[in-house]
Design a binder for this molecule. Structure first.
Ligand SMILES: Nc1ncnc2c1ncn2[C@@H]1O[C@H](COP(=O)(O)OP(=O)(O)OP(=O)(O)O)[C@@H](O)[C@H]1O
Ligand SMILES: [Mg+2]
Length: 649
């Protein structure tokens, strides 16, 4: 129940930000270079154009000076009109150049943002499950949305305008010093205090910006959880407490945003006030000089209009710095995810993109190939026990020890010494008390988690020696929680098959999983399901997930309690169909009920981190009190033994 969201640092333990002291804004932003590189020419051209536009603006005061000292002093109306025309043309040129700059950068920057977003998504797909266990989804979501938007805005404005404004200010100050150096020095007076203020501001703003962006991530997490868990929230009447939790978080974020605003207001006050005072002082000094005849009126007009033209470049520095800080924070947050190590795949070599990293279509093509190369039924027949070759066949766990990466280092491992051999073509049920690590053990086979010690082999080959693509094309899985994507029923099921797979395979898989209900949906197997589509019942989703697991005719099948949500009749029907599939594959099936156990040739009992017993259901009932206890009370003992007798096992 997501009523009490943890603070940012708990949600993403790896994201503890550097202190403002050790972190350099420029160094953070430099990491954007690889993305900016392809568009550097356009950005450079845009910056040059913006500088040109600004300098055109600075010529205006010089024309004014010419007008005041020339045509105005001489009372020459034609000259005044000509001056006015010059001013109009200069203004027009400035506007056109700025417009051209906008046009130059808009498209490439949208491309940069899209590229970075695509990279982030691709990387997220390749990160290990352990990473996703640790990170709150909202934190990832906010990095892919808000942070990337901040980066695009940074590239569009502050990056260019910090440069443009810097150059404009330098040129402007130069012009003013040339006009009259005493007045120029008066104007330059506030420069040092303004720079010191900017330095202090940067440091403070950086810390607050980081906090605000992390809090946006927390807020996103709460919204996401509440939307996904809306039934539970409503069912338990928790909407008020949920709203309160949300309110608290948004209140905290509001506080942080206000702190940002206060900092911005403070720097703005300094940046605006000091130059205004300096301009006022220059006006007084200048007016005295004009009265003394030491300065021409035109020069004073030019000087003051240059000073006024520089007001905007100076004032904007405040928010340009703020935006740069936010962008640096966004870059840090983006690369915190991008720097997380993807699943190492030594066996794949250059094909380092794990199966989860390649687009679904590519992956399904892989699956299809191996599906086609699946061994014939003779090969799959349970071989005689005893010979070495036979010993290598099938799925083997050898002294597997496993501890979750985020478990306390001194805690005992969840799986201490798992030794299990599932012979080729055999199906093995895995039984154990709840929380004993069954799901964990099954997740080790497709390498969703890495074994801490020991090894797992498929037909004698260590799974770590296979590339993830190969491995995941050999092993198909169905988990306890059947997940359907926002796609059609057919697409969801065929995810587990090759690209060439079509209606025929789909129909077969649906038949095996007893999911023929799919044909009766409003648009048959073309019906949209998942979050944006039709809601299916738990049992319906489970059967589709099962169909997905079997559609590619995998050599190894790992099913985590695949029949838990089915009613007795459907379960019996699915079992009957599954029996055919299991005859062709090597399978590990987590089972809670005797009826599921009976699908398998043998049963393994997982207890206290190791396989405590292996045998037929029948044998274990007799020899293992723990097994007998687990099986009793779930089904009637008579039921438990009955079907097996019928099967003659
Ligand atoms: N990602 C994780 N990080 C840390 N610990 C975990 C993680 N996932 C599960 N665990 C812990 O591992 C233990 C075994 O979990 P697992 O899901 O494998 O049990 P299970 O045998 O499948 O239980 P059930 O029969 O209820 O499905 C539990 O105590 C659980 O808290
Ligand atoms: Mg489980």
């Amino acid at each position: 129940m997501p009523t009490k969201p943890a603070p940012a640092t708990d949600l993403a333990p790896d994201t503890v930000p550097d202190t403002a002291e050790t972190r350099s804004t420029v160094r953070a932003l430099l990491r954007l270079w690889p993305y900016v590189r392809p568009v550097r020419t356009r950005l450079g051209a845009a910056a040059v154009i913006a500088i040109l536009a600004s300098c055109v603006g600075l010529v205006i005061p010089l024309v004014l000076k010419w007008m005041v000292d020339g045509p105005v002093a001489d009372r020459d109306p034609a000259g005044v009109w000509l001056g006015a025309l010059y001013l109009l043309l200069l203004g027009l040129a400035e506007a056109l150049l700025f417009g051209f700059r906008r046009w130059l950068v808009a498209r490439p920057l949208a491309g940069v943002e899209a590229g970075m977003r695509a990279d982030l998504y691709r990387h997220l797909q390749r990160l290990p499950v352990a990473f996703h266990d640790r990170w709150a989804s909202g934190q990832l979501l906010s990095r892919g949305t808000t942070d990337l938007m901040l980066l695009r805005m940074f590239l569009a404005f502050p990056l260019t305008f910090l440069l443009v404004n810097g150059v404009t200010i330098l040129v402007g100050v130069g012009i003013m010093l040339v006009q009259d150096w005493t007045l120029g020095l008066v104007i330059l007076g506030p420069a040092i205090p303004v720079m010191i203020t900017c330095g202090i501001f940067e440091k403070k703003y950086s810390a607050v910006a980081r906090r605000a962006q992390d809090q946006v991530g927390d807020l996103t997490t709460v919204v996401e959880e509440s939307v996904l868990g809306i039934r539970i929230i409503k069912g338990f009447g928790r909407h008020r407490s949920q709203a309160r939790a949300f309110h608290e978080l948004s209140h905290t974020l509001r506080g942080t945003e206000l702190r940002k605003a206060r900092l911005l207001a403070a720097i703005w006050a300094v940046i605006v006030t000091l130059p205004e005072v300096a301009i006022g002082a220059a006006l007084v000094v200048g007016a005295v000089q004009v009265a003394d005849g030491a300065l021409s009126a035109g020069t004073l007009v030019a000087f003051l209009s240059t000073a006024l033209a520089l007001r905007w470049p100076v004032e904007s520095i405040g928010f340009l710095l703020a935006m740069s800080q936010e962008a640096a924070t966004a870059t840090d947050r983006y690369f915190e995810v991008m720097d997380a190590e993807v699943e190492a795949d030594p066996a794949a070599g250059s094909r380092a993109a794990g199966a989860m990293g390649v687009p679904p279509l590519e992956r399904s093509r892989e699956w299809g190939r191996v599906g086609a190369a699946a061994p014939s039924s003779e090969q799959r027949a349970v071989p005689e026990v005893g010979t070495n070759a036979v010993e290598l066949q099938g799925l083997r766990f050898e002294h597997v020890l496993f501890r979750y990466p985020d478990a306390a280092p001194d805690s005992p491992p969840l799986l201490t010494d798992v030794d299990l051999h599932i012979r080729s073509g055999e199906s093995m049920a895995l039984v154990g008390a709840t929380g004993s690590g069954k799901t964990t053990l099954t997740a080790l086979v497709p390498r969703l988690h890495e074994v801490t010690e020991g090894r797992i082999t498929l037909d004698g080959e260590d799974i770590t020696a296979l590339s993830r693509e190969e491995l995941r094309s050999m092993v198909a899985v169905a988990f306890e929680e059947p997940t359907l994507f926002s796609a059609t029923v057919g697409e969801n099921v065929l995810m587990g098959a090759g690209a060439g797979a079509g209606e025929e395979e789909l129909d077969r898989a649906l038949a095996v999983a007893q999911a023929d209900f799919a044909h009766a949906l409003p648009e048959g197997t073309g019906t949209q399901v998942g979050e944006q589509g039709l809601s299916l019942s738990g049992g319906q989703r489970q059967r589709l997930a099962l169909a997905r697991a079997v559609v590619g005719r995998p050599r190894f099948l790992v099913l985590d309690d695949p029949l838990s949500a089915l009613d007795v009749h459907t379960e019996a029907a699915v079992e009957a169909a599954l029996r055919q599939v299991l005859a062709d594959t090597t399978a590990l099936i987590v089972a809670h009920r005797p009826s599921t156990v009976l699908l398998a040739d043998r049963v393994a009992l997982l207890s206290e981190g190791r396989i405590a017993a292996v045998g037929t259901h029948h044998e274990l009932l007799r020899t293992s009190p723990e097994y007998a206890h687990l099986m009793s009370g779930l089904d009637k003992p008579g039921d438990a033994e009955g079907p097996q007798e019928r099967d003659g096992r």
